[in-house]
Design a protein around this ligand. Structure first.
Ligand code: COA
Length: 333
């Protein structure tokens, strides 16, 4: 993918936030017919965090993650030009990004939501880098946040065991093209398979039949686990290889693989297909489950805090999920 690059873009800081309340596999087995052994073997997940309390929303997590990222570089929020919130669980269908903008005091920023489920953070990163590399904006805050605990069917053991709530943030800044660290990306969608993972809208006719209008509400998450599994293991390695090829890079040059944290078996299968050592795979899903748009920035933030990722490392980030949408972005850290 060729882009008009006037200047470079780099990630300055990351931050993340998870609810304090954890929910183990043993606890979930009191809600649905499952067991720690089944969940651990099939997914690698041991526990997840759930946002509890009627007054708590995605905004609380997103604001906390954003403030942590800002604090790390002592950036005044007024310096932010754009905020992109990747989420599929806003607390307002018109968008939640502007609430983050208000709460962190980013008085000069424009803010909007981006909906691409578990690929949302990758798409936000690509969108932000375009605004920076074309010279439009200088500082951009991107946040991946989801509270899918509010959207799972807590009687469906095939899905409720998988998801957790979290937020992760990154601050990007423009720089000279020589220092550009967002090296390339590769993005895809296939709506033909959207039925395999969705939160569908269910409508009923409005009482005044002369209006011939339908209104309704969203249902719970529905998923064909086997199809989603096959899709991820087949398509994600292809996307990563295409992206590496477009940059004339080889798999051997990859220092870290940061995949959407959906399932440990998916992470292992993708790494094996690419012949990337498991030592290079960043994984924290045993603690948080699948946190959708938050999973990649949460994993990145923890890896940075653990001093795993060093200056100049090649980090391959790939997201995949509902849409179906999937894609890769390659960064020189
Ligand atoms: N506990 C115990 N048994 C369960 C269960 C649970 N939580 N969920 C399903 N089962 C049962 C099924 O009822 C089925 O029983 P049956 O054989 O008697 O009919 C059996 O386990 C196998 O179910 P199946 O759905 O075929 O399991 P699976 O091996 O495909 O594993 C997933 C299920 C969800 C773990 C797996 O398909 C998966 O991870 N898919 C990808 C999902 C994903 O990552 N989605 C998000 C992408 S962004």
């Amino acid at each position: 993918m060729k882009s008009l690059m006037i200047q470079g873009a780099k990630i300055l800081a990351t931050g993340s936030a998870v609810p304090s309340s954890s929910f183990s596999n043993n606890e979930i087995s009191k809600v649905v017919d499952t067991s720690d052994a089944w969940i651990t073997t099939r997914t690698g997940i041991k526990e997840r965090r759930l946002l509890k309390g009627v007054d708590k929303s995605i905004i609380d997590l997103a604001v906390l993650a954003s403030k942590k990222a800002l604090d790390k570089i002592l950036m005044d929020p007024s310096q932010i030009d754009l905020i992109i919130l990747a989420t599929s669980s806003p607390n307002d269908l018109f968008g939640s990004a502007s609430k983050i903008q208000y709460e962190i005091g980013a008085i000069n920023a424009v803010a909007f939501d981006l909906t691409a489920a578990c690929s949302g953070f990758v798409l936000s990163l690509v969108t932000a880098s375009q605004f920076l590399q074309t010279g439009v904006y200088r500082n951009i805050l991107i946040v991946g946040a989801d509270v899918l605990s509010k959207w799972v069917d807590w009687s469906d053991r095939g899905t409720c065991i998988l998801f957790g709530d979290a937020a992760g943030a990154a601050i990007l800044q423009s720089c000279s093209s020589i220092d550009n660290s967002i090296l390339g990306f590769q993005l895809n969608s296939d709506g033909n398979y959207s039925k395999h993972l969705s939160i569908a809208y269910e409508h009923n006719i409005v009482p005044h039949s002369e209006l011939n209008l339908y209104q309704g509400s969203f249902k719970h998450i529905s998923m064909n686990g086997k199809e989603v599994y096959k899709f991820a293991v087949f398509q994600v390695p292809l996307s990563i290889l295409k992206c590496l090829n477009s940059l004339n890079m080889s798999v051997d040059q990859v220092d870290w693989l940061v995949l959407h944290q959906a399932n440990e078996r998916i992470l292992t299968a993708i790494a094996e297909k690419l012949s990337i050592s498991s030592n290079k795979v960043i994984a924290n899903l045993h603690k948080y489950g699948n946190t959708s748009a938050a999973s990649i920035p949460l994993a990145l933030d923890e890896a940075i805090q653990d001093n795993k990722i060093s200056h100049n490392d090649i980090v391959v980030i790939a997201g995949f999920g509902a849409g179906l949408t999937w894609g890769t972005i390659i960064i020189r850290w």
